[in-house]
Write a protein that binds this ligand. Sequence first.
Ligand code: SF4
Length: 505
Amino acid sequence: MEFLAGSLLELITQTSTNLPPDVRAAMGIAAANETPGTQSDQAFNIILSNIDMATDDEGPICQDTGMPTFIVRTPVGVNQIRIKKAIQEAVTEATRLGKLRPNSVDSITGKNSGNNLGPETPVMHFEQWEEDEIEVKLILKGGGCENKNIQYSVPCELDHLGRADRNLEGVRKCILHAVWQAQGQGCAPGVVGVCIGSDRSHGYELAKEQLFRTLDDVNPDPRLATLEAEIMQEANKIGVGAMGFGGKQSLVGCKIGAANRLPASYFVSVAYECWAYRRLGVRLDAATGAITKWLYRDPSRPVERMAHGEGFKLTGREIVLTPPLTEAQVRALKVGDVVLINGEMWTGRDEVHAYLMKNPPPVDLHGAVLYHCGPVMLKQGDRWVVKAAGPTTSMREEPYQGDIIRKYGMRAVVGKGGMGVKTLAALKEAGAVYLNAIGGAAQFYARTVERVLGVELMQLGIPEAMWHIRVKGFAAIVTMDANGHSLHANVEKATGEVLETLQKV
Ligand code: SF4
């Protein structure tokens, strides 16, 4: 097994940095179907460029490299304990090389292990099979989309869709609701893996397992194949659009499986996957551990370029913001404006917000831009270098953000997926804006970072620390302004109205 650790490291690296061809094809079609010049179209431009950049530089497509989940099948007689150790070694090395972000956090103390190892991380499932080779499949599903997973216990009442009964029509309603409730927070356009039946815990596992199918396969059960096709059509009428900006493309895949259930239970479990749909697999020689074949890849097809022309195009109408910002500057911004930030920003996400609720900030935040981001950072010599730096889901900070803006005077918050009414009220009162960056575009945004100027609160771990960065040409869209307008509220309302037209009986 001399090649095992190296093969697993290659699997992790490729999964994190190079999207498989079925996902590229689906994203290419979705982008081409979007209306040119819309905000969703701009989001697609950045996403497609980002996919190319990640492949070119072997950098993580998204800074959130998720919960590494390995599905391993071995011939009888192969030592699974050895494979488990090799996976742990490969995960540690991939983290050291910046292909994975340190994502394993002690749930009691909040301490990040720093190497992606810890109780139940990474996730590994083993089973035996009758073949001679070892098969290892890997999915890296990030926290933003994981938080939008949803489970329905049917019958139930659904917003805008009415009652969902215990039949395929009820399942249809649940899946459409799942796409709608995710809005942009799971980095749409997404893919849904669905399990009808089973129990609560296994139902979620089976829903995630559906994400190991290819996007272009056909469900062997004709009833489910019909339902998948119907969902694809209807979900793309709802109008969530890329990043929840409103648009034609909300979903690029729907994969449904069914499992037997208890007579009393009827669960519909939905695993919502973002556009950064990172899953690959390999076949390994059982004696040496060498890769004999890649799964989800076609060796005869070269890696397809995604961006067209120059990728994200500037129109000349962008508004340049150079922090620190004044109240007058931000009050002049309107929902829909595209901004380019040139200058200094601070990152801050869950732990920073918890810290700021109890302690004064370690730096002056008046006029500052706070970036909801947990970057991948590597130390090279005595300098920190950004390896991936896209936005994280802002909604998690909704309970705190308004108070922190009022107290410490930031003028802009950058994140993705939008925020709620509490933050909107604070933006209006204090004179600040919410800027939506493009979720998952970690390479695109990493390239806007000219320099890492420093770091505060490093005791919170790399993703949670407060990084001081200087950026140039950092593009984002004003989606919540200081006049009480929110694109997210508008899209949620409009899509809810469309959902009502899909109610049937
Ligand atoms: S693309 Fe969005 S949802 Fe997916 S892992 Fe990245 S930040 Fe999370």
